[in-house]
Design a protein around this ligand. Sequence first.
Ligand SMILES: C[S@@+](CC[C@H](N)C(=O)[O-])C[C@H]1O[C@@H](n2cnc3c(N)ncnc32)[C@H](O)[C@@H]1O
Length: 480
Amino acid sequence: MKDPLGRLRDLLLEAGYTVEGVRGRLGDVAATALSREELVPALRATRDGDPLGTLIRLWWLGVPVEAPAGLPVAELARMGLLAVDGSRITAEVHLQPWETGGYVVSDRKVRPGDPALRADHVVGAGGASANLAQLVTRRPVGRALDLGTGCGVQVLHLAGRAEEITATDVNPRALELARMSWALSGIDGVDAREGSLFEPVEGERYDLVVSNPPFVISPRGRFTYRESGFEADGFCRDLVRRAPRFLNPGGTCQLLANWLHVAGEDWQDRVGGWLAGTGCDGWAVQRDVQDPAEYVELWLRDAAEQGTDRYRELYDDWLGWFEAAGVTGVGFGWITLHDSGSLDPVVRAEEYGRRVELPVGGYVDEVLGSIADAHRLSDAEILAARLVVADGVVEERTGPPGAEDPSTIVLRQTRGLCRSARVGTVEAALAGVCDGDYPLAPLLAAIADLTGESADDLLAKAPEVLRPLIAEGFFHISTG
Ligand SMILES: C[S@@+](CC[C@H](N)C(=O)[O-])C[C@H]1O[C@@H](n2cnc3c(N)ncnc32)[C@H](O)[C@@H]1O
């Protein structure tokens, strides 16, 4: 006989309580209404009393249902997953299917009008969790660490790619729910440890560290799921600065982060300063920025605090604190560190809000490699290198109708980060001929012959012009 979580898992799978099953049953209208915290369309879509509809009502919508046949009610109630009232049961947790095929157990989402969140609330898997999961390298690794595991969702993504997984959290309740998530997802052997930041893994090293940390920047740590209690953006800063001590040679650390924009300071200097001196190559990408009021509203709404008596007071207090610190905005983004072993590490902090190919983890190692190549190659090495134009790069020429020459040429990536760069005729010509067969110098000499430009001038200018295009992945260095 299986244990209660094993029996629950079988029942969920049998009923089709999967991401596709829930999506199919709710349909777009009810699903979109739920994202606005409106339950009625979802209740209408699940009113037939069939197994799938009942499970959606129980675990997703959080409404009381008649216990479905086969559910080990008494055991699940003893484990704190259900409350029983006669033949009716109510979920004490949120249990959601996840895109990996597994399940995630967390505290129930609060909706406007619900009682206040408990300080040790365990947040469910959501947009930020998915964001980190898609950023994480797909390279198989030996040892992986998920710092701040919460409901355990990152482990669902790491399972199968990492031989050993350690998951930590400062909140013991998070570890309790995470263990249930892993059991329901058929994942065993996770080493779960309680403690703050890197304390639980002192003296150990990993090939991959991932973290969706408590990055919210606020006057005080009210909720563990989003705030660390560290001052301002100090948690993300310390995580970045300390991570290298916990990485194996060649290891990678990837996290989501928030950072302050402070009057008189460039955000790139702030975040670049966290990365500089780590000894690792570092890449920080700002995906979005919010002004202080938008930011405060977002997080008050997240905790369902709009409309409460304290809303104005909390809003005012938070804004006043930002104002006193000279905060002009808050950046949201990704940070990746790679212990390349180089004595000349590179740090790149850039703003990039555009759509990208997903998952970024499928090519993030290549992105870091390009940034490092461009930084470390000398001018002579660039001229001697055999360049290859990246897959999916297209050229766009625009200009007045009938004109012999275009007024602008843009190289555009249709893959990966989908960057674009305005280039001159020489780089465009190189993009047409660089297939890794010849070093750059003779190709430039041939272009000079065709265009009548001085070969010496082209050779002198090329490294400076090509370095950013190598860093941004338009050209790779052929190793073949
Ligand atoms: C935003 S949740 C992330 C949950 C989950 N990993 C995900 O991707 O959805 C942040 C987690 O960090 C934990 N946390 C808060 N302070 C921490 C600290 N000082 N050290 C380690 N974890 C902490 C919280 O308890 C919470 O579970």
